[in-house]
Design a protein around this ligand. Structure first.
Ligand code: 6PG
Length: 470
């Protein structure tokens, strides 16, 4: 075979096909591979190659060996497969077929510890491995995603130019693609991205429910409000798609969203993010609340059953749209604060040297999290490592007490659960309290378990016990 692909893409699902089209649109000759499963996945790569003239049919494969042999050396491959066993399986096979110096990139939402394990496995044969978080969904993969790279730095230098070419570009024209650290850093940061994403989505869902009671289910009015927020600091991809979604009606004039079953699914990254915050000791109550809101929603039959046991009644309370918007904006700041703080803590834990400004920059375009706020953070993190230390946030928060009270009272009065809004409020209160109630927790721990505590005027490493009569 004389013509060889400069990149090989494994997995022709929605994301793999879109990313392949993106590469091809930038002039790269590609080798495409999709597995063969009789009756289910047959000639998938070939069908894609036939559909788009920029692909070459004889570079579409169902044999992994032929596919590998069709890629120019040192070979560069991207796996676009679901996280989990599928990745391990293909790596077992690729390890035998590939050679020293070849590079494999996992572009899926893999668990970061898995990525580190796989890197060691491939290193035995001197195959380089990169864990790459990709954000932007199908459209992002096609038109320019946000790329979060972790793993082998030398391997990254080899593929940097090509990845920069296919990545989204920020408002200054810089690629939204960066090396974020060794090992599983790329996938870890994508996981935090998804945690923030869960909370951003849940905040919009809470706002939506508040607006539904406010406008007595008039979806057009709700959509108008969300659309008007796009001309402000609240603007972002998720806000935009939410108002677009609300503009859909069926042929009978029912709003489309109201026909969708109210049980939220997930693919796991939100749970990993919640767990990781707990493991490294970084409060991430918004993403955790958003995850649990999805779990609660999925218990539909129980919700129906328990709804019959509650005798709560709605109480009259008022709110202005301005107040709701203000609180929404502030919750988003707090959500981003927790996410970026988590990255900072993880960097210390796992010895990564990731710049928060870089993370915000590569999330400012292409990513599901792209927003005006993210663009601001790209600059603000150059001067401050913490959102809670940023003056814009502090000034805005300090003028908002009445707004929070209104939103919380209104939701309570209308029996609307607001897990993410209230998590923001509680986190802010707790983080701005010089004295907490944890002295009592320490006393309780010591009472039943003799775990010890530190007196106020002592050094942190001393340990004392109380005079308890157990
Ligand atoms: C992105 C998204 C995406 C996400 C899936 C599924 O940045 O493009 O984060 O990668 O993982 O949309 O997420 P769920 O857990 O909600 O299914």
């Amino acid at each position: 075979m004389n013509k060889k692909g400069s990149w090989g893409i494994v997995g022709m699902g929605v994301m793999g096909a879109s990313l392949s089209r993106n590469f091809a649109a930038h002039g790269y000759k590609l080798s495409l591979y999709n597995r063969y499963i009789k009756g289910k996945e047959e000639k998938v790569a070939l069908k894609l190659a036939r559909k788009y003239s920029f692909f070459e049919e004889d570079l579409a494969f169902e044999s992994l060996e032929d596919f590998v042999n069709s890629i120019r050396k040192p070979r560069k491959l991207i796996l676009m497969l679901p996280a989990g066993e599928a990745i391990d399986e293909i790596l077992q096979n690729l390890k035998i077929l590939l050679q020293k110096g070849d590079i494999i990139i996992d572009g899926g939402n893999s668990e970061f510890k898995d990525t580190e394990r796989r890197a060691s496995f491939l290193k035995e044969n001197e195959i380089q491995f990169i864990g790459m978080g990709i954000s932007g969904g199908q459209k992002g993969a096609l038109e320019g995603p946000s790329l979060m790279i972790g793993g082998d730095r030398k391997a990254y230098e080899t593929v940097k130019k090509d990845l920069n070419n296919i990545a989204a570009k920020d408002s200054k024209g810089n690629p939204c693609c960066s090396f974020l650290g060794s090992g599983g850093a790329g996938h870890y940061i994508k996981m935090v991205h998804n945690g923030i994403e869960y909370a951003e989505m849940q905040l919009l869902a809470e706002v939506f429910e508040i607006l539904m009671t406010y406008f007595k289910l008039d979806f057009k009015l709700i959509q108008n409000v969300l659309e008007s927020w796009q001309n402000s600091y609240s603007d972002g991809y998720l806000l935009r798609i939410t108002s677009t979604i609300l503009s859909y009606y069926d042929s009978e004039g029912s709003n489309f969203v109201s026909k969708i079953l109210d049980k939220a699914s997930n693919k796991g990254t939100g749970a990993w993010a919640a767990i990781s915050g707990a493991v490294i000791g970084s409060p991430n109550s918004l993403m955790t609340a958003a995850l649990h809101a999805r779990y609660t929603s999925s218990m539909k039959s129980k919700r129906i059953e328990f709804s019959k046991t509650s005798n709560f009644t709605k109480k009259k309370s008022s709110i202005s749209l301005k107040q709701l918007k203000k609180v929404y904006d502030l919750c988003r700041w707090i959500n981003h604060h927790q996410g970026f703080d988590m990255i900072n803590t993880a960097c210390k834990e796992y010895n990564w040297k990731t710049e928060l400004a870089t993370v915000a920059q590569i999330w400012s375009e292409g990513s599901i999290l792209k927003s005006k706020l993210m663009e601001t953070l790209g600059t603000s993190f150059c001067n401050s490592s913490s959102i809670m230390k940023m003056e814009t946030f502090q000034n805005s928060m300090n003028k908002s007490q009445k707004d929070w009270n209104s939103v919380i009272n209104y939701s309570g009065g209308n029996l609307i659960p607001i897990p993410c809004i209230s998590a923001s409020w509680n986190y802010f209160l707790a983080m701005t309290q010089p004295f907490s109630n944890a002295n009592l927790i320490q006393a309780q721990r010591d009472f039943f378990g003799a775990h010890g505590f530190v007196f106020i005027d002592q050094k942190e490493n001393s340990l004392n016990h109380g005079p308890w009569n157990r």
